[in-house]
Design a protein around this ligand. Structure first.
Ligand SMILES: [Cu+2]
Length: 122
């Protein structure tokens, strides 16, 4: 058991050394931000509306819906069945990543007069 642990820690150290070497030879700078989703695009649900109600994004983008603190429960539900958030309570968020191009309409199933579109360009 002890021998196995020594072997394992040797492997870990080796891996760390390798990682240190490869990061040392790279000049890529990684910036850490407090953004909730990198490359994401935000929709705010407020005053019984999606804002913006027409959003243009790229394939692979993640859209983050945030239900405003003053707003009751809503949903973000694709009319094509592509996504369905279920209930998004006050102050909560939902995200969906778009993997195909097209124009997609969605509604709030609780308030069907709330409509909006996401256009995904390839
Ligand atoms: Cu709603």
């Amino acid at each position: 058991m002890l021998r196995r642990n020594v072997l394992l820690s040797g492997l870990v150290v080796g891996a760390l050394l390798l990682a240190a070497c490869s990061s040392g030879s790279s000049d890529t700078t990684t910036t850490v931000t407090d953004a909730p989703v990198s490359g994401g695009t935000d929709v705010t649900i407020k005053d019984f509306a999606f804002g913006p109600d027409a959003l243009v994004i790229s394939v692979g983008d993640t859209v983050l819906w945030t239900n405003d603190n003053s707003s009751p429960t809503h949903t973000s539900t694709s009319e094509d069945g592509l996504w369905d958030s279920g209930d998004i309570p006050t102050g909560s968020r939902f995200e969906h990543t778009f993997e195909e191009a097209g124009t997609f309409s969605y509604i709030c199933t609780i308030h069907p007069s709330m409509t909006a579109t996401i256009t995904v360009s390839g």
